[in-house]
Design a protein around this ligand. Structure first.
Ligand code: ARG
Length: 599
């Protein structure tokens, strides 16, 4: 199924070719001047430059060859040699009918399908989520959905940070804070001979009674701060980290407790945000692979001793900036962040053999990934080019620095969702919406508005751009916002409900009014927007399309009454409204945003 743009592009390419010119000149794009044309081709200018000929003459010759194309209503040469095209109402109507019958609203599949792993979110045990994790989750979820929808076999992995130095810090901090825990950890250096499941349950009871998530939230920042000034404390934490990794029994059990309570809370909050991972593997999951991997890296002569540590040098002569080496084994013998990342590449190769791995992680980790990827290519764990860091800018506070709460702390995901829901309730009431909803439905709608506000505000920017957190603006029902899009979707839903109640049926689409043309041209452009978003890993192009579609619908709805029209016109407009809703919801779903039924 091809869109009008590609269909015209083919005809245009054939016309250029017939004149002995390169077919590439025939590229057709949406018109910059919708008042003058639907599509345009600038190829005559490029061809003229290459051949040193008059562009308008070339354009005229091309135009002459397009004359009897059934989808083209008019061809005009504008300015220095732009070829402007208008398509026929019949072509628009036929295309709209095809889109209306297609459950994918025109989106084609990528061929051939690939296996794509999206590494995103990246939350950590105890260390609180910061805005980098928030953006990683929002952007990563959208990229995962986009790739999946295009037909790739796609797996999203949270890559839970459950293994580094922060775990040793927490173990020591808990032991210092709770004598009962210290006793247990002292006692359980190794697994006692007659250790049973019942013992494990009992111990779990001790941990649960003593240590809640709130305790971790309190203990971790204090311990991290202390480790910066108190060398003895830091050394104990380092040792605890190495012992944990070496398998010290009690340390493993309490660590599992930390990981479990953190993960449960995170999964709940992520789910509320419409972020659901397929895999929730942790850095720790690859620990069993590391010893073997280190031996293998040594055999491949990639490891170099460096002041007691073992590293892989990845710098190249051609580098224009310094690319740091990969620290594989620290001088204490611990595996580092990069070590687990390298082992994870190996692990993923075994269980999924991905064609492409997208790491949706803060731009500030660009060097880290460059290092890890090079090490992986050197070791033969991945094909050159199959690992890609999808970096992004920060969400800033009004001071232009990464967003923090008023108290100066990082923002917890739960608090952010609560804050955004509160704002959504306020906005709904202000706009006089939601009055007829039951309290439960109102809550549900407010949450959807909140999620739409947060996610759309993030995804509407190209990911590399930083933006300022402004909940007031994000939550407005006017402007380029998530709530505006939900509102337009809900308007269509209510129109469709009224039509059903009145027994009005839809029928073939007949494009007549200018607002209908405009709407169908946009509907036709969706596939192209999705393909471009996919190729550039840029969900903002989908956000943009969704917004323009909602606006086009609003103009159509204002200019073309539906239910008060009659006969085939009414049936056509109703079909057009239903098609718009389908595509709008699909676009929003790709962004990870769900629409409410009512407001
Ligand atoms: N947990 C890491 C952090 O908080 C992010 C993980 C990103 N993914 C990866 N494969 N390293 O910085």
């Amino acid at each position: 199924m091809t869109d009008l743009r590609s269909g015209l592009g083919e005809a245009m390419a054939a016309a250029f070719a017939a004149l002995g010119l390169a077919a590439e000149f025939g590229r057709v794009t949406a018109s910059d001047r919708p008042d003058l044309a639907d599509f345009q081709c600038n190829g005559a200018l490029a061809a003229a430059k290459a051949l040193k000929q008059n562009p308008r003459r070339i354009a005229a010759s091309v135009a002459g060859l397009l004359g009897d194309h059934p989808a083209i209503a008019s061809v005009e040469i504008a300015g220095p040699g732009f070829i402007n095209l208008r398509v026929t109402e019949a072509a628009l109507s036929a295309r709209a009918d095809i889109l209306a019958a297609d459950e994918r609203a025109g989106v084609t599949h990528a061929t051939p399908p690939r296996r794509v792993l999206v590494d995103y979110g990246g939350p950590n045990v105890a260390k609180e989520m910061h805005v980098g994790h928030l953006r990683a989750s929002i952007i990563g979820e959208a990229i995962k959905r986009l790739y999946r929808f295009r037909g790739d076999e796609t797996v999203g992995d949270a890559h839970f940070g459950d293994w580094g130095f922060q775990m040793g810090l927490l173990i020591i901090a808990c032991a210092d804070a709770y004598p009962a825990i210290a006793t247990q950890l002292e006692r359980l250096q190794t697994q006692p001979p007659a250790w049973t499941d019942a013992d494990e349950v009992a111990l779990h009871g001790v941990f649960s009674a003593a240590i809640s998530l709130a305790d971790l939230d309190r203990l971790y920042p204090a311990a991290a701060a202390l480790a910066k000034t108190d060398i003895a404390f830091r050394d104990r934490a380092r040792r605890a980290t190495a012992e944990l990794q070496a398998g010290r029994f009690g340390h493993r059990l309490i660590w599992r407790h930390f990981a479990r309570i953190t993960r449960e809370a995170l999964e709940r909050d992520f789910h509320a945000l419409g972020v659901d991972f397929d895999l929730w593997r942790g850095e720790s999951d690859v620990d069993p692979l590391i010893a073997r991997m280190v031996v293998e890296l040594a055999e491949k002569q990639l490891l170099v001793d460096d002041q007691g540590a073992r590293i892989i040098r990845v710098a190249r002569d051609t580098d224009r900036r310094e690319v740091p080496p990969l620290l594989v084994v620290s001088s204490e013998g611990s595996a580092m962040y990069g070590t687990t990342d390298l082992a994870t590449i190996l692990d993923r190769k075994r269980f999924f053999d991905p064609d492409l791995v997208l790491y949706v992680v803060d731009q500030r980790q660009a060097d880290h990934f460059e290092t890890v990827f090079r090490a992986a290519y050197l070791a033969g764990y991945a094909t050159e080019g199959s690992l890609e860091h999808i970096g992004f800018g920060t969400m800033n506070g009004p001071d232009g620095k990464p967003f923090k709460t008023r108290e100066g702390g990082v923002l917890k995901l739960r608090d952010l969702i609560d804050m955004a829901s509160g704002k959504a309730r306020e906005r709904l009431r202000e706009a006089g919406l939601g009055a007829e909803l039951s309290p439960d439905e109102f809550e549900d709608t407010a949450l959807r508005v909140a999620v739409a506000a947060l996610k759309f505000a993030d995804l509407v920017n190209f990911r590399g751009t930083s933006y300022v957190f402004d909940l007031d603006r994000f939550s407005s029902f006017e402007g380029k916002t998530g709530p505006y899009l939900l509102y337009q979707a809900v308007r269509v839903k209510s129109l469709l409900r009224r039509a059903a109640a009145e027994g009005v049926e839809d029928g073939p689409i007949q494009v007549e009014a200018p607002a209908e043309r405009e709407l169908v041209l946009l509907l036709d452009a969706f596939d192209h927007a999705v393909i471009e978003a996919y190729d550039k890993r840029a969900p903002n192009l989908i956000a943009d399309h969704a917004f323009r579609l909602a606006q086009a619908f609003a103009r159509f709805y204002a200019a073309c009454p539906v239910l008060s029209a009659e006969g085939p016109v009414r049936a056509s407009r109703l079909a057009l409204a239903a098609l718009t809703l389908k595509q709008l919801e699909l676009a929003l779903d790709l962004l990870g945003v769900a629409t409410p039924e009512r407001m």
